[in-house]
Each structure stands twice: as C-alpha cells, then as structure tokens.
Write a protein that binds this ligand. Sequence first.
Ligand code: SF4
Length: 587
Amino acid sequence: MPDGGRVLFVDLSSGVSRTDEVDFEGLLGLGGKALGIRLLEKYLSPEVDALGPENVVAITPSLMAAYSLAGANRFGAFTKSPLTGIWLESYCGGTFGGIFTGTGWDAVVVSGAAKEPVHLHIEATGARLLPAADLWGKDTFAVEDELLERLGKRSAVLAIGVGGENLVNVASVMHERAHALGRGGLGAVFGSKKLKAMSATSPSGGRREAGEPFVRIRKEIADLAAKSPIGAGYRDFGTPAVTSLANELGAFPADFFTKGTAPHRSTLEAEGWSEWATREHLPCPPCPMRCRKRLTLTEGPEKGRVIHGAEYEALYSFGGSCLVEHARDIALLSERCNQLGVDTVSAGNLVAAAIKARELGPAGTVSPFAKDAPAAGDVKAIDELLQAIATRSTSLGDALAAGLDDALAALGIPEWSITSKRLDPAGYEPRRLKGMALSNALSVRGACHLRAAFYKPDLQGELEGLDDTTYVETYIDFEDRMMLLDSLTMCRFYRDFMNWERISIAATELHGASVAKADLQALSTETHTRIRHFSLACGLIPADDTVAERFFRVPTDRAPALDRAELERRVRIYWGKRGWGKDGLPR
Ligand code: SF4
C-alpha cells in the first residue's frame, strides 16, 4: 500500500458518499488493524454513544488476496463497541474479503444512521444505498440468499439478523452462514444505523505480480498449510480438534467456569463426530488448511439437515458453560446463533449466567426472573432463550441482551463475572493457563484469546519456568506477530507459518521497500499505543487491565485461584515494555 489511499466515506444520515484521500504514511504498506485505528482517530470522537449515529464502522480489505496468498482472504472491521464501550476490532473469512479487495477501495467508512432499513452496496465506482425494509426481520441466512440472487456474479454479502436489529450488545455481522464479525456487538452498531446488509461486487480480485522473495514464501506457506501436522489437524477436524487437549489439561471451562474438564467430554470431542454427521470442507479460498466444515446430520430428529460448524468456541460456551451434552445439539444451537446474528461465545455465556442464577435459587440476591432460565443442558429451553435474547421478547431475554456484566447484575449475581473490560473470554481456563489470564487482562478488545494467540504455547507447556520478564517478552513477541497478521489481514491459523522473516518479506512486498523486524515491532507498539489512547478517551482506566475478581478468589476443580500479585507484576512489565508509564498511561 502506498503512503496515501482512497477511503470511501458513506454517510447514512444524508445518503451521500464521497471519496477521501487519506494519508497512510508510516503504515509500512500494511492495512487492517494498523489502518483501522488511524481511521477511527480520523473519523470518530471516542466519547460518542456506540449506538448513536456518530459512531462509525471502518472496513478494511484483504491486502494479500490479490497475491493469491493462502490464508489471506480476510477483512477487518473496526468500531466503538456497544458491549465494552472501547475499541472493537473483528476479522472475518469467506469470500467477502477477496471481492471487496477487488473493488479497489483501501477502506470503507460508514457513519450516520438511515431513517429506514438500507442495504449498502460497494463497487469500484462507489457506494449505492438500496432500500431494505423487505429484509428487516429476516434471519442472516435468508438475507444473504436473497441479496446474492439480486446481485451479479462475484458478489458477497454481510448481514445482520434480528439480534442486530434489536440492538443486542452481543450481536454479530454474519457472512456465508458461519463467518462472524463478532465479539463486541458490531451487529448492534449496524442495527443502530438501520444497516441491514452490506455487499460488494467486483469483476476480479485485481491479481498482482510479486517479487521473488514473496513468491518463495507464498509457496512455503501453501506447502505448510497443505502438508504440516498443524494443517492436517485443522483439515481433519477444524477448530474442535483442540477440545480433547483442552479437556485433558483441565483448561476447558465447564459449568460456567467452575470446572476445568467437561464431565461429558467424550460426546464433545471432534474425533467422535463421524458417528452422527458427515463432514465436508468449506474453505475460504485459497486455503489448503480448510478448517471450515459443513455437516450433514446422519442421525437424530433432524437427520439430513445441513449445518455449519460448530467451532471450538461454541463447544465451550454451550457444551462447557451451559453443559449441553452432545456436540450435535451444540452445532444446532450454534447454527441458531448464526441465523439470529448473535455471538456464539457470548450468547452461550449469557445463557449460562441465567442457568447459574436459577441453580443458586430464589434465596439471597438472586433475581426472581432467574426462575425462567433453562436448566443446565436443556437444549430446547436454551434454544428458546437464544431467540428471546435476540428479539428481547421476554424480561429475561431483554436483561441478557445487555451483555454479561449487566445481565449478571440484573440476575443478582454480579460476583459470577468472568469478563475483562466487559467482554467474556473464549474457551481457555485462565486459572489453568496463566498465559490466557495475561492475554485476557491485556487484550485491547477485552478478554480475547486471539489478539496474542498466547494459549498455543501455554497449551503446549512452553511457558513453564519462565521468569516474569521473559514471560512478558514472549507474550509481546506473540502479540506483535498477531497484530501484524491482523494488519496483513491474514487468518489466525497461519500464525505458526508466519515467522518474522515471512512477515517482513510480505510487508516488503506491499511497501515496495525493505521492511525489517524492528520496523514492524515499532509499528506494533505504535498501533497498540494509539489504541490505548483511543480506549482511554472512551473511558477505559489502566486498572481495567486485569481479569474478573472471581478468578483471584475461587479455584476450579483442576487449578488454584490466580495469584493476583503475579498477574499485576506481569501487567506492569508489559506497560513498561510498551513504553508506557508505571501508571499504565502512554507517555
Ligand atoms: S484455516 Fe480455516 S478460517 Fe483460516 S483461511 Fe483456512 S478455511 Fe478459512
């Protein structure tokens, strides 16, 4: 990417769009996360209401799609989160990234709010706003199918479901049934703008020739994805492949973070799924790893039905947190979330909070409406509650739609919080995997396993025995590389193949001049510092760099409670290494 770029700015309030020439200097040819924060700095005042018309959504294309790099067909979305009130970044696979890239825009920024539902369509020539009242109220699958019928070839669609329409704070934007822009309520931001769908059409992906070093690493990466044991694991089972290891290690959060192993783990583990479904690969092109799966049920009342996923994260939230017994039922609940357009992790944890309140009974501070919650593992009642959350159609559903911390307060059990910065974590037990505790505390979007992907060395026991400084330096190395993958807009599952040398070669190809590891590390620190400033201006305080109080006080059946002093020591070392003061504020 050159030092300047073309941003398509769309104001939904006026219906007018324009082209902005934007300075990209200092980005080293990268986009994605590094560009996303600069766009929010330019177009968004941090103090605005996340669900007000002044909030913006910035969408950045795949930088490497035109080079046919495996794992590169992704795009990013950036906004102020209605769930956390701070920076939200989200990334998504499928075909939208490649097609959007082909339109030639370096980013699209959407502001304002329409009076009536709209569909925003992007082409190389600009934006079109189309009426979408007929799509309002429809699920994400139906909207995508209808719009793909209306649009020409080489089109792709993003859509919200009723969750986004009803401003549910954990609503996602969905793509191709199982790809989600989730983890913080982007779907609600779309809903607040009456933006039911966004689509793109491009005649080609704008293929670009590359220099010799890049051609070499492109082949190396494709070979690793196709032939390495890591690639084979994802290809055989997708993300559920990790279920067995996480349970074995006591790192699979179960019974709403009271246990580290699911009592029914054998019905969850991916190795047994062939007993109840056939599996097809459904890759994001071009990806030899093909982690994404389409299942056809071969038994049970819905025999013959085709569903998408489920991912490991849904196995944790519904199988672990809500104690649903069978992976088939979890896959169906995950499919329901995707149709409604709500985040599968957060939705499962919201239901689990209600289940826990019901179990704790009417005594003490527990709210009376907890009696309406499902029993643990009751699939039908959980399914009904998911619909009530997305439509806010019952008192309980409406309370849960606010997000986990507000829901726990309404249920009368705020001490059961598991969040960092108001986001509930993905499926790795932070008392067993202390690297996850550090990740949850430091991740810029709230408790998140993917911003540093630090669960990987933790699961493999590679962090044991490290002194605090080395521990934090290792964390920063992971966080830097993941930040650069998010700025190359590459799939997280290519992290093991993208060492510093290959990241530098990819950046050099994009930048047109040599980019060294030190340049990239400096860009990562600068980007994290910019995001820090943004979130502080939104209301974040440095003391928010922690985990839920519960994790310091209560052990699981497989791990002791966290050592508060150890976590705080490591957080302070991190602040120092990012060049921030002892108070956690950038200097
Ligand atoms: S590994 Fe999975 S999510 Fe990543 S690009 Fe391949 S199919 Fe898509």
